[in-house]
Design a protein around this ligand. Sequence first.
Ligand code: HEM
Length: 533
Amino acid sequence: MTSLLLPIVGVVAAVFYLLSCFLTLPHDPKEPPLIRPQIPFIGHIIGLLRHGTKYYSNMAEACKQPIFTLGVPRGRMYIVTSPGLIAACDRRSKIVSFAPYVVEFGKRILAGSEHSVALLSEDLLEENGPHGSLRPETMAAMHRSLVPGEHLDGMMRETLKSSTAFLESATGGGGGGREDLSSGVPLFQWVRRFMTMAGTDAVYGAEKNPFRDDEVRDSFWAVDKDFALLGLSVWPDMLAPEGSRGRRRFFRAFREYYATGGLETASYVIQARHEANKKYGVSDDDIARFDLGVCTALLVNTAPAVGWTLCHAFSDRALLNELRQGIEAVVFPRGKPETDTPPDTTVTVNIMKVSETVPLLESFVREVLRVQSNSASARFVLKDTVISDGATGPTYLLKKDSFLGMPSAPVHGDEAVWGPTANTFDPTRFLPERQKERKIPASAWRTFGGGNALCPGRHLALREIMSILVIMVLRCDIEPCEEKGRWKTPEKRYHISTSILTPVKDIQVRIRRREELRHVSWDFVWAPENGES
Ligand code: HEM
């Protein structure tokens, strides 16, 4: 019997050895420690397919390393969880680069022409500087147009015009409103509807915004729904028919937008991007395709972020009261108008002033984004490089052609960084006075990523979220239809296209105007106090 078993064991060992030579790349002891999967070779892939980006958190929790290597067939993935090493990667962001993902996105999701993909692939290491190739030039244009200042203020005015028009007609001026929100709406879906319009009106100009056509709006969200399948780039019409059709409809709408003078009514960010694209010879057809990328960045995170913000605010009575009191102290310096005030009394609310005067608003929104963020900050190592945590920390070799991820969830839940309350929701965490208590490294708040891929839309996103929060807290009450009005934290769905998660099942809520302020008409504006823009 033993004589029979020995050759079998020998053959199995030889096959295993050959497979491991073929499937796994050699691991240098100078690289981050290797975490072997429970199922040889493919265990990490199965884990990622089953758990999505949550798998990084599971592995980080299990191995408790500041950086580690996951071996996958013919490749390696480095996962970074310590803020010091994240900062080191961000400082090398031309080598530990986001650019290859933009090329893949351009190829697979935007279905760009060979010419435009070649343009995106030029000078990946950015050796020719910020004006030497298409991607850095376009990103420079976006950062320039989305920093706080007159262009951003202009976009905020459009956002408010669009969202308040929707909310006014939905929740009604004085009366019930166009929609019967008091009998229940799915909160995240409802928010997504008006945030889609508000965001795209601000960026493309309300007059010719292609999203004014419901079919274009639905087409965009069909693409988002089929994002992973479209990303496979294999028979999109068969595997993702809705997304593929939606993509064609979207491209057609944006070609028409530019052909009919849309650029003249667009915001500065679209004009600046257009100029950069034209400088490098991107065709009109590809410019329309690139706009699918703009809309994805603009909408897929901001809409669920507003949904979560409303959930957190309205599910905690004490917090809601504190937010209301803070906002009302700015809006009604002489006290709330009496209920017998004439019904046409209009109160003008400068949201910019409110958000500057009530620091709890921004602190609260940042905390919502901390707990609901699941960004991956995916990178590709373009050259062998060595990183270390500070001047004296251990060093790690990162090998060329490896994937590197800096997932936000493990850093956002790290007690060594945030203290013992890391895993609880604390709306005051980001208040300026609390920041003095505990020094949080800038690289520990990863909601908007970092390095040269840092989200250029972060100021716009924060302002949009705070504005909707102020409007809803002042005007409305929201309560779930089920569970006798009690809020229940919904289970979250992990996506590959978004950093902010969405609920697996939407929350059915009743939205009503606040009874005691039913007689007030509101005018929400965004205006710098010095009136410069
Ligand atoms: C709550 C809302 C938002 C969140 C959580 C968010 C988050 C992110 C994250 C995590 C990244 C990748 C950064 C990295 O890998 O290090 C990113 C990139 C980007 N975001 Fe945002 N974002 C939001 C809203 C916006 C908005 C409103 C815009 C406006 C257009 C925008 C435009 C972009 C662009 C263009 C990039 C790509 C940057 C590059 O290629 O270098 N985002 N965002």
